[in-house]
Every structure is written in structure tokens, then in C-alpha cells.
Design a protein around this ligand. Sequence first.
Ligand SMILES: Nc1ncnc2c1ncn2[C@@H]1O[C@H](COP(=O)(O)OP(=O)(O)OP(=O)(O)O)[C@@H](O)[C@H]1O
Ligand SMILES: [Mg+2]
Length: 316
Amino acid sequence: MSISNVVASYNELSKLDLRVLRVIEVLHRNYEYVPVRRIVKYMNLSEEVINKSISKMNKLKLLVRRGPDNVRLTFPAYDILSIHTMVKRGVIDAIAPTPLGVGKESDVYAAESSSGDKYALKFHRIGRVSFRNTRKYRVWIGERRHITWLYEAKISAHMEYMALTEAYRAKVPVPKPRAITRHLVAMEYINGIELFKIRLSNPESVLEQIISAIEDLLRINIIHGDLNEYNILVNPSSEKITIIDWPQWMYANVKGSKTILMRDLNIILRYFKSNYGLNISIDAVMGRLAPLIPSSELPPEKVYSRLIKRITSLVS
Ligand SMILES: Nc1ncnc2c1ncn2[C@@H]1O[C@H](COP(=O)(O)OP(=O)(O)OP(=O)(O)O)[C@@H](O)[C@H]1O
Ligand SMILES: [Mg+2]
């Protein structure tokens, strides 16, 4: 469903409809398909009123039925809940109809607040985190949570927000994080072009900015994990970089992270070699980074258990 349709559906919803969506979201903690009678009981309203709202939202493709008596949320419904929260918090007031980027893993739109601040809204679609870092998230999703895609998208968004917050604080060039709810991250809108789309006038300086950002990230124990010419935006006039797309970041002191760091670096160095003829060896760069690479290699379980606790407390 396009964002225009999502927003159009949002505009058709009454306060009661939004409350029904919210109640279904809460009841998803216990049910994959939520029994209508549970919604009725929870809201203490007549079955007729609830059923009318459910039929309306089913027609708008916000709810899917299983049999006559059970329903579940769809992604557009989840988008609406998130947009509603952002609007209520005063973060955004309007969303641009054309996406900045659409992919398998996210949809990104420009949005504006009532005071004219511009943001990028990133709707996470799948949980890349759980594929890459660990299946351990399943330990807690398993028992309590019944819509896996919903929680995975949510964790992915929270992982991204956490990295943006820490990197921004350390003055690494990333979009300033603004707000998060569910699977939706609002961040500063960057006036930039993806590295692969722009012909640089000073490629040496841009490569140096990237390596220097990798150094600053290592100082705060972070590796991006998906660094490439698509995830670096370059301002067309200043050629200043901004690194985007963070859900798969990892800690630098975790076993296996050095391989990921070298993969990131290789991709970047190869890009500058084949497009600008810059011949910089990975060994030279690794030599420069060596003092910043943590010597300890902790097992992932040990390092991520705290992170998982923190995230689960945030997304519950
Ligand atoms: N803060 C931002 N400001 C401006 N544009 C942005 C911002 N964040 C993302 N974009 C745009 O959205 C696109 C996709 O964003 P991002 O790389 O974070 O998502 P993704 O998960 O890679 O999505 P995909 O599934 O398409 O690969 C970017 O290539 C960029 O054009
Ligand atoms: Mg990307």
C-alpha cells in the first residue's frame, strides 16, 4: 500500500477505530490472531460497535480476518499507529507522497513538522538484525510474542535508533535521530546524494572522511556492518558525507566483528579504486585502525545479552 493510501486510510479513522487498532496491538502480545471477544471485553463496549469498526478497517486492509471471530493487524495498520504517535508527539505534520527510497527492508519518506523542520521517516519492514547478529531475539519473541514480523521490524528500528544516537553523540556524521516509535524512526533529513550516484570532485577527501568516521566509530566500540556506496550520502556542494542505514551495526569487541569491519573497508576501498583510481591497500588502513580495534573478542552471547535486555525493555 502506498503511503498516500496509508495516510488516506488514517484520515478516515475515528478516535474509536484508532483505539481498536491499539487494543489489537496490545492483545497481539498473547495472540497471533486476536479473538474479537477479547477486544470487546478489553474495551468494555458493545460487540456491535466493535464489529462495525473492524469491518470498516478490514475493508481498508488494515485488519485481516481469520474466520469471523479473529483478526490481526497488517503493516499499513502498524504504519498508521506509528504515524499517529509521531503526529501526537508533534514530530511530524505532513508526509511527502513520493518515497526517498523503497526497498525490501524499509520505506523512507520525507516529512515535515508544523514548524517546518524536515525529517526522513524510515519504516522498517523486516528485522535484518535477527538474521545477522543473532537468533537469540527469538528466545523472548518465542513465548510471549506472536507476530514475529511486527516485533522483528520493531527491534530493527530500535537497533538503528540506538546506533544513530551513540554515533551522533560521538560526532560521527549520521542523521540526527529525532524520535522512534514501533518500527518507525524519524531522523534529520539529509540533503545528499548516494555516493554511487555522484561524481566527486575530491574523492581523496571523501574517502578520508569515511575512514575517519570508521575510526571515530571504533572509539565507541561500533562497526557499521553494511558500509557501501549506497549507504553514504554526499552533500553535492560541500562533499561532506553522512552515513545512513544502521540496523545491522555491531559491537567491535564481539567475536567475528573484525571480519565485518574488513568487509566494510574492502567494499569502500574497492569502490574508490575502480571509480577514481585511488590505490589504497586494506593493510595500510588496517594498520591505521589497529590501535582502535579492541583486543578482546567476547562471545556474542555475553555482549548482546545486555543489549537485548535494553532493547526488550524499550519495545515491550
Ligand atoms: N536521513 C535521510 N535523509 C535523506 N534521505 C535518506 C535518509 N535516510 C535514508 N534516505 C534515503 O532512503 C534510502 C534508503 O535508506 P536506507 O539505506 O536507510 O534503507 P535500506 O534499508 O537500505 O532500504 P533498502 O531496503 O532500500 O535497501 C537511502 O538510499 C536514501 O536515498
Ligand atoms: Mg541502504
